[in-house]
Ligand binder design. Structure first.
Ligand code: SF4
Length: 903
């Protein structure tokens, strides 16, 4: 029988509610929950494909210890004994956990409790360190607590939305659409304009939708916000009443801002943007008391990320624009449960329930509450130092949960090397193949979305239930269960009596209330006695959630009361800092290889290291390969064109290279490149961009500078390249550069090779003899120096390849269908051997993933049918009508079409 259940999306910090349809222990459909305040029925393309990623063949289904499949008893015993043995020989600081913002709060709570209270070390850090730890540090310093004052309704209410360091149209699409809808609604009602300013070195989908885009020089955000503080003060638009009554340190912050960014001219020059744009931004800020500054990884992933966040907070404190409807600084998290992790103390420098290591009373309080036998006494190692300590042999056993640091950490090859030399590496994951699992001595199958059961907290402090919809696959177990079993096996049974997630959540709520009395922001005491039935029925609410605020708390700090000892907020004087390394200026073509500043980020349809989104066919099609975005003038200097290959080398370490094809785009500033972060060693030979990023960190937050790496770039010209569609993946792909994906159940390699081979005869040899005995048909295109090859019989094709010096992008899905099909009709056969796409009209690069509408189809509709609105395109082609994630791209196509017409 079909059953509908409410849960939460597994991906980003928006935390959308999902209404899932379950039938026969399978999730057969999902849609946005109309009851959830975060998304009100909307889902982005990733969320709407959640059920398409639940592939049993990709899952880790049983525990493995040193390569042997074992039962849970043996696996738990191996982990417990392994950790206990290392602790006995080297002490508690010789072990560590590296966990994830993808864990549920209950998982996080027990991991933190086991390590900090019972094993006796604080060496537990999380991949949230890479995402928002700078925002956390700035909030704690300025407010006395890690508090996000705002909520999503403020995005509707604000008259000025300032998005800085955020490509929300792709990374937080549901919030971005919400902002766009509010702007459209305001315009319809004839209210004054709701403006959007985007501050980003790149012209992203978000920037293209803005009223004003400041394409500033990377790393100069602090100058821009310091300048705005000075400018508003000179216009007498700071809030002296709020400053005097509720803050401290304003004069020092203002004086430093004056010194570093005292005039429009100085700001414009430092940020490398036209002075008129700076002035417009400042004037709009002056006219808009209802102003939200929405900031994310572009601010945080910097060696001065805390400083940048402070300049934003300084501005909001100086104007009193905080905790009021439509007025706040708003840090947005990337991970679905980054905030839940912070609630339980998931970062090494945090204690549980928003208590602090630097307060002996707090440490003592947590120790008493947990009845902890081995309470740690101070902060542990943050992510980069933690892996360095593994490399130095100080940490000898590490347990990595639900994350892939071999890909996502800076200096990623170093992380792989230190793990390969570590005495004991335990990895819990729901997937069977990840770069990090390849390093594990003990592999533990964890449950994933649709099986996990617990709570998550989104970017606006809203706690929601992520519910179990189906039974766990294979022998997969919940992370909290696995940790609890290991704790018991290590002799800590009394501290870990949990039978179900509600037992953990209840204890977490009790700790939040313990000796709190209003002294700490995180308080969910209303749940201190929650029953299983109440837990099942929980509705999404924003903390604090107490007897006095049983429906949660929409905003904080509107009353000017903060959590510092003086109950006032603190300004910080900020001297803006450049990124740690900058490229040398390339003045002539003799500067070879050229140095560039590399920025990294996310694509619209992918998430993290693609372990899940990579399983959904339609999510693979939007951008199927990791391209390097480059300004056309730089491409001319490098003598490359669109789709040519380049090689990126680290400017620091020899032999760490990336090979990828170029996208020439004026969306990039000259001298700067962009590459996506999602590719791994599982699906590419040279796409793992983290190997190029140095492990420079912010000195306060320890967040790595993932958005700034200096790289050397040169043209790479393969002698041959192509695509091959196979029924089985190859154990060792033989090409110099390759990418792998699955299309319609078929494995597709895109490859490039530096030496020339005769594809027909050499390709089977290269692939280790596979296909050698198969009948083969060859079509040689002498004019284009290319070949199409088909192996196998008409009834059973084994492989199809297109090989040439340069190749147009094939319709991969159609070729995959041809591979799987029986007898082909004569047209398909001719098309296949001629390298055409099945006689069909080429739809072009995919724009709308939901309805599979490509760019050429859209352009044809605009040209042939005169359609020039998003609504018109939606009516005719359905694009943009389901999740809406492609609407910015549709607008871009419409604008570019108008520009062509005007020319
Ligand atoms: Fe999930 Fe998309 Fe919502 Fe993020 S915006 S929570 S990825 S549906």
């Amino acid at each position: 029988m079909k059953k509908r259940q409410e849960t939460t999306c597994a991906y980003c910090g928006v935390g959308c509610g999902v209404s899932a349809m379950v039938h026969d222990d399978r999730v057969i459909a999902v849609e946005g929950s109309t009851r959830h305040p975060a998304n009100r029925g909307r889902l982005c393309v990733k969320g709407s494909a959640l059920h398409e990623t639940l592939d049993a063949s990709a899952r880790l289904l049983a525990p493995q210890v040193y390569g042997e499949t074992v039962d849970w008893d043996r696996a738990i015993s191996a982990v417990a004994k392994g950790f206990a043995d290392v602790i006995r020989r080297h002490g508690p600081d010789s072990v560590a956990f590296y966990v994830s913002g993808q864990l549920l709060t209950e998982d996080y709570y027990v991991a933190n409790k086991l390590l900090k209270g019972f094993i006796g070390t604080s060496n537990i850090d999380t991949n949230s360190r890479l995402c928002m730890s700078s925002a956390v540090a700035a909030q704690k310093r300025a407010f006395g607590s890690d508090t996000v004052p705002a909520n999503y309704e403020d995005l509707d209410e604000a008259d000025l939305l300032v998005l800085t360091g955020s490509n929300a149209a792709w990374t937080h699409p549901v919030l971005f659409q919400r902002m766009q809808a509010a702007r459209t609604e305001a315009q319809k009602k004839g209210r004054k304009l709701k403006r959007m300013v985007v501050i980003d070195p790149r012209s992203t989908a978000t920037a293209e939708s803005a009223d004003l885009h400041l394409a500033l020089k990377p790393g100069t955000d602090a100058v821009l916000f310091n300048g705005l503080l000075v400018w508003l003060h000179r216009q007498d638009l700071t809030d002296s009443h709020f400053i005097e009554r509720h803050t401290q340190g304003f004069t020092a912050a203002l004086n430093t801002a004056e010194r570093t960014a005292g005039s429009l001219k100085k700001v414009a020059a430092a940020c490398d943007v036209p002075i008129e744009q700076v002035e417009t931004f400042y004037q709009w800020a002056a006219q808009s008391p209802k102003m939200v500054t929405f900031y994310s990884m572009g601010i945080n992933q910097s060696s001065s990320g805390v400083d940048k966040a402070h300049t934003i907070i300084n501005l909001h404190l100086a104007t009193g624009r905080i905790g009021k409807p439509g007025a706040s600084p708003f840090s947005i998290t990337g991970q679905p449960n980054a905030m839940g992790g912070r609630e339980v103390g998931g970062l090494a420098n945090q204690l549980a329930a928003h208590m602090n290591w630097d307060s002996p009373d707090d440490v003592n309080r947590v120790e008493r509450f947990w009845r902890a036998p081995n309470m740690a006494r101070g902060p542990g190692l943050a992510a980069t130092d933690l892996f360095e300590a593994v490399g130095q042999g100080k940490i000898k056993a590490i347990w990595i949960m639900a994350t892939n640091p071999v890909v996502s950490m800076p200096d990623a090859d170093r992380v792989r090397a230190v793990l390969s030399a570590c005495e004991l590496v335990v990895v819990s994951d729901c997937m069977q193949h990840t770069d990090t699992l390849d390093m594990a001595h003990i592999k533990l199958p964890a449950t994933g979305w649709s099986e996990k059961d617990g709570t998550v907290t989104n970017s606006e402090r809203r706690i929601s239930r992520q519910r179990a919809l189906v039974k766990p696959m294979g022998q997969a177990k919940h992370d909290w269960w696995i940790i609890t079993q290991v704790a018991r096996a290590m002799g800590f049974a009394a501290g870990f009596p949990y039978q179900q997630p509600v037992d953990i959540f209840r204890e977490h709520a009790q700790l939040s209330a313990y000796e709190n009395n209003g002294s700490r922001d995180f308080d969910i005491s209303l749940y201190a006695d929650i029953t299983p039935a109440e837990y099942d029925a929980m509705v999404p609410l924003q903390w604090p959630i107490t007897q006095n605020a049983p429906m949660g708390t929409a905003r904080l700090f509107g009353d000017g009361r903060f959590y510092t000892p003086e109950q006032s907020a603190r300004f910080f004087p900020i001297v803006p800092q450049a990124p740690r390394h900058l490229p040398r200026a390339n003045s002539s073509v003799s500067d070879s290889p050229f140095e560039f500043l590399l920025n990294t980020g996310r694509l619209r349809d992918q998430w993290h290291t693609m372990t899940r989104t990579g399983l959904a066919d339609r999510l693979q099609q939007h951008m199927p390969e990791p391209r390097v975005y480059m300004h056309p003038d730089d491409a001319v200097r490098l003598q490359v064109s669109d789709q040519d290959w380049v090689q990126l080398d680290s400017a620091r370490v020899a032999g760490e290279d990336i090979k990828a094809r170029v996208v020439c785009s004026t969306s990039q500033r000259r001298g700067e490149l962009f590459m996506p972060i999602h590719w791994t060693a599982q699906n590419s030979s040279h796409g793992r961009v983290g190997r190029l990023i140095p492990a420079h960190v912010d000195p306060i937050s320890f967040q790595p500078e993932l958005k700034h790496a200096v790289v050397q770039v040169q043209r790479w010209q393969p002698a041959q390249q192509g695509y091959i569609w196979l029924r089985e993946a190859l154990a060792e792909p033989p090409w110099d550069a390759w990418l792998k994906r699955t299309v319609a159940g078929v494995t597709v390699y895109q490859f490039a090779h530096s030496t020339l081979w005769r594809a027909a005869t050499d390709l089977p040899q290269l692939m280790g003899g596979a296909l050698l005995d198969e009948p083969m048909q060859v079509f040689e295109d002498l004019t284009r120096h290319s070949q199409r090859l088909v192996w196998g019989t008409a009834d059973h094709r084994s492989a199809i390849a297109w090989v040439g010096q340069t190749l147009p992008e094939p319709d991969s899905r159609w070729v995959a269908e041809c591979l799987k099909a029986g007898e082909l009709n004569s047209q398909d056969r001719r098309d296949l051997l001629a390298g055409r796409s099945g006689g069909q009209v080429d739809p072009g690069p995919l724009v709308c993933s939901c309805h599979q509408v490509g760019e050429y189809t859209i352009r044809n509709a605009m040209r042939d049918d005169g359609i020039n609105t998003v609504e018109g395109l939606g009516k005719q082609l359905k694009c943009g009508t389901q999740c809406g994630s492609c609407i910015p791209d549709l607008k871009r196509l419409i604008v570019s079409d108008r520009a062509v017409d005007a020319a």
